[in-house]
Design a protein around this ligand. Structure first.
Ligand SMILES: Nc1ncnc2c1ncn2[C@@H]1O[C@H](COP(=O)(O)OP(=O)(O)OP(=O)(O)O)[C@@H](O)[C@H]1O
Length: 354
């Protein structure tokens, strides 16, 4: 178990991490995700021992790595880090790079272990090449093989896919999912791409401004986002402003959107939203449907229709607020249409706390 408690880091006058608590069980993959500058890489660097915390403790499997006033030297920590730029030594061959941390082994044991790692990463044919003679994706595999060579308890990866093209990134996501399951290491993985994080995370850790906003399995976070920022990551992209009107029966709330009442299931509603509170309703575009403008449904006026190769993107004005809905039918400008949405399509946040 990797355990981080009250981790605090300051650079000059600025506090970069504000008492971060995080536990990653043995063999689990935790992905730190969040906007640039929120402190993700700083956490990795502190765990790796490349920087010293101002406060808090870091432990791996009961062994203390860092506490105020004391830090275990980086090379004594049972972990390895893969950097964004791979940091491969330019004058060494792939086999020499991967075997570098195994110099204590005899020649044949070392060669056998290196061959196994190159095979695992599917780069056996590149053993005698220099880093400059292989592609970015292949360099990435070499960096991971090197990190696995010394059989660390924990792997730290800092944006390892960000230098690869889009297609290769998609392929490597699959590869990482396979690899992480196979090697069974505890992994702390930094990315700013939530979809990359979701591909293989057991635990998604969403950070903002030096704090953890929400952590848990990706499915839980995406179904029950704790903030509008996470809701946006989870694809609740369409926004409507309104006021709480009433609690309409046991499982539905009424929200006033520019004079019309929109009925939102209570499981999409945050606890403790006061009556009359100004709220932000966030909807997943894929779960919105256009319907006949029946009474009881939210209705809007069509202000645009764009054909996007398969479906029409219909722009709808609802009391001065606009949103777009995909439709298999073209609607006329000025037409009134109803809007329906699936039960899990909406989440609601009180304005000011979102
Ligand atoms: N050595 C340093 N000296 C001063 N400030 C630093 C130092 N290292 C990081 N910072 C600052 O700490 C903040 C967090 O940086 P960090 O690299 O952890 O962010 P990040 O979330 O990993 O961002 P990115 O996705 O852009 O890499 C940033 O504002 C950065 O400028």
């Amino acid at each position: 178990m990797l355990t981080i408690t009250g981790l605090t880091k300051r650079f000059a006058e600025q506090t970069i991490l504000h008492g971060v608590d995080l536990s990653v069980p043995d063999g689990a993959v935790a992905c730190l995700v969040g906007p640039s500058g929120c402190g993700k890489s700083t956490i990795l660097r502190l765990v790796a021992g490349l920087d010293v915390p101002d406060d808090g403790e870091i432990m791996i499997g009961g062994e203390l790595l860092s506490t105020p006033g004391w830090a275990l030297e980086p090379q004594k920590r049972r972990l390895n880090m893969v950097f964004q730029d791979y940091a491969l030594w330019p004058h060494m061959t792939v086999a020499q790079i991967v075997g570098y941390g195994l110099r204590h082994l005899g020649r044949s044991a070392r060669a056998e272990r290196v061959a196994g790692l190159l095979d695992k990463m599917q780069i056996s044919a590149l053993a005698d090449r220099l880093p400059a003679q292989i592609s970015g994706g292949q360099q990435q595999r070499v960096a991971i093989a090197r990190a696995l060579a010394t059989d660390p308890d924990v792997l730290l990866l800092d944006e390892p896919l960000s230098n690869l093209d889009v297609q290769l990134r998609l392929e490597m996501r699959l590869e990482f999912a396979r690899l992480f399951a196979e090697v069974g290491k505890t992994v702390l993985y930094v990315t700013h791409d939530p979809l990359e994080a979701c591909s293989f995370a057991d635990q998604l850790v969403v950070m903002k401004a030096g704090r953890i906003e929400q952590a848990g399995p990706p499915e839980t976070l995406f179904a029950h986002p704790g903030s509008s920022w996470i809701a946006t990551l989870a694809g609740f992209e369409t926004r409507l402003s309104g006021q709480m009107a009433d609690l309409n029966g046991a499982d539905c709330a009424g929200i006033n959107i520019a004079g019309q009442i929109m009925h939102v299931p209570l499981d999409g509603l945050r606890d403790g939203i006061a009556p009359q509170a100004d709220v932000l309703v966030m909807l997943r575009p894929a779960a919105l449907r256009l319907t006949e403008p029946t009474s009881g449904a939210l209705t809007g006026k069509v202000t645009g229709a764009l054909f996007e190769g398969r479906d029409w993107r219909i722009s709808l004005d609802i009391g001065g607020q606009s949103l777009s809905v995909m439709s298999d039918q073209r609607l006329k400008l000025g037409e009134i249409a109803g809007l329906s949405f699936a039960r899990d399509a909406a989440v609601v946040f009180p304005v000011g706390t979102e």
